[in-house]
Write a protein that binds this ligand. Structure first.
Ligand code: MN
Length: 498
């Protein structure tokens, strides 16, 4: 499973010195209790660390600037236990570069009807304080996440935990490094874009490499290492010979084992965590990397084919955002291929010519080596499987010239009615919400690509929150979508994000 840095979140109670030391002592004690509960919750994946109460402009500015330079801090969680005048936050918020969650909670769940007096009201006025605090974000037009509710409520804790993964995605986005072997497929628009703007907005590094810079890494893998990895494949997966000679079949599998080790060696030595290639520009490689790339995606590398560099970055982002989730069902590259238009059975068959991420596989995975109609190489060995069922999101980040748009479609993944024995690729079948017709119509109006980064584990809300923090437009196609409203949203977005 992909391992990422042990990020921490700073928990900052908000107050002021007007109330006296006794109240500030209670604020600190209550905050410590909330922090302990969050750290004990299995809904909150990253550690929460209690920081000093924010009471003056100086403390706030210093704390936020310390957060900016702390490599382990992935975000700040604030809680306005009492009233905390928000002019005090202006300087700090102008400096803050880490994601911030306004945790609009309260120490007590219920109003203490029998004992409540003005002292209690002064000490416990989150309803008052969170509004003052919220105002300054609106005034400064600063992004933040609001999570509202009682801190012991598992649903509220889950919302906070879900935002933590978004915040980690925002921090880790800056460390996404994509190696592009060969350029974008000629004349294709949607997979291309402005790499400088991608670095400005998302922090992505996107570098070009001639494919033959990779070849020495592939050729340099020892025969013993190739044999050993191919043995591991034979132990792990079912072998479908399709009538081929077993020895000849194994030679195709070994080409892929060599490529897996060679590509990974290249990526590690040159510090990349995502990459793209192009079936039309394979240099001295014997086969289109297929099984090799499928395995690398499963290990946590982002990938996109045909020179597409935005999809590998998004796939890597999703893998980072879901890292460490023991219940994760998978995230990876998909491509919209073929519709089923039969009434009541509508959906899209998702796949790719070979590079489909096995992290989404359900059950048995097999290896086949069949001819590839694209390109001019030997038959690549690849992993064949069908995918898990259930809700998922499909996303496409597109470049509209001066800006980006993230399109998010909530989809329902299903089993196809019948096996597809002639199809030598991994597949997913999904029905877009609210329906194939409306979902696809909206996707096409929005300009979404045929390549998607999909995830069973992330929600549309998380991707919207990520896009908000990055300062780019996002549009959601889900059960509430209708075409007239969606078209209006696209027009509004084009004005807001110009
Ligand atoms: Mn493609």
């Amino acid at each position: 499973m992909l391992e990422i840095k042990k990020y921490k979140f700073w928990f900052c109670p908000c107050s002021q010195d007007l109330y006296g030391d006794e109240v500030l002592k209670h604020v600190h004690e209550h905050a410590a209790e909330v922090v302990a509960a969050l750290n004990a919750s299995d809904k909150v994946p990253f550690e929460v660390v209690l920081k000093p109460t924010l009471i003056t402009s100086d403390v706030i500015e210093r704390t936020f600037n310390e957060a900016n330079v702390d490599d382990e801090c992935a975000g700040i969680i604030t809680w306005a236990h009492t009233f905390s005048p928000s002019k005090s936050y202006i300087l700090g918020l102008e400096d803050l570069r880490k994601p911030l969650c306004q945790f609009a909670t309260q120490y007590n769940e219920e109003i203490p009807y029998d004992t409540i007096d003005m002292d209690f009201m002064n000490e416990n006025q989150a309803a008052h304080g969170e509004r003052e605090f919220g105002h300054i974000f609106a005034r400064l037009n600063k992004n933040r996440k609001v999570v509202f509710g009682f801190w012991k409520d598992p649903e509220v804790q889950a919302e906070l935990g879900s935002w933590q993964r978004v915040a980690v995605g925002c921090i880790e986005s800056r460390h996404i490094r994509v190696a592009r072997f060969a350029d974008t497929m000629r004349n294709v628009a949607v997979t291309d874009g402005d790499k400088v703007e991608a670095e400005v907005k998302f922090g992505w590094t996107v570098d070009a490499w001639p494919i033959n810079e990779l070849t020495p890494y592939v050729d340099g893998i020892s025969a013993a290492d190739v044999t050993s990895l191919a043995d591991e494949y034979y132990d792990t997966y079912d072998i479908i010979l399709d009538g081929r000679d077993p020895k000849e079949f194994r030679s195709h599998v070994e080409v892929q084992a060599r490529q897996e080790l060679g590509i990974e060696a290249f990526l590690k030595e040159n510090d990349y965590n995502a990459f793209s290639d192009h079936f039309g520009d394979l240099g001295d490689l014997k086969e289109l990397p297929s099984l090799a790339i499928q395995r690398l995606m499963q290990k946590g590398y982002g990938f996109g084919p045909e020179g597409d560099w935005k999809t590998p970055a998004m796939v890597r982002l999703m893998k980072v955002m879901t890292a460490g989730d023991a219940n994760a069902k998978g995230s990876g590259l998909m491509e919209d291929y073929t519709y089923n238009l039969v009434k009541g059975k509508e959906g899209i068959l998702e796949s790719h010519m070979s590079e489909v991420d096995p992290s989404v596989a359900d059950g048995k995975i097999s290896i086949r080596a069949t001819p590839l109609s694209m390109g001019d190489r030997e038959d690549p060995a690849r992993l064949i499987f069908t995918a898990k069922t259930g809700p998922a999101i499909a996303t496409s980040l597109i470049d509209l010239g001066p800006r980006f748009r993230l399109i998010i479609n909530v989809v329902d993944c299903k089993k196809v009615e019948k096996p597809m024995p002639m199809l030598p690729t991994g597949t997913v079948f999904w029905t877009p919400r609210p329906s194939l017709k409306v979902g696809s119509t909206a996707w096409i109006y929005a300009g979404g690509a045929h390549h998607t980064a999909m995830s069973y584990d992330l929600t549309a809300e998380q991707m919207v929150d990520w896009a908000d923090q990055m300062g780019v437009e996002s549009v959601v196609i889900d059960e509430n979508t209708n075409i007239p409203d969606f078209k209006r949203d696209l027009k509004l977005g084009s004005v807001y994000y110009r």
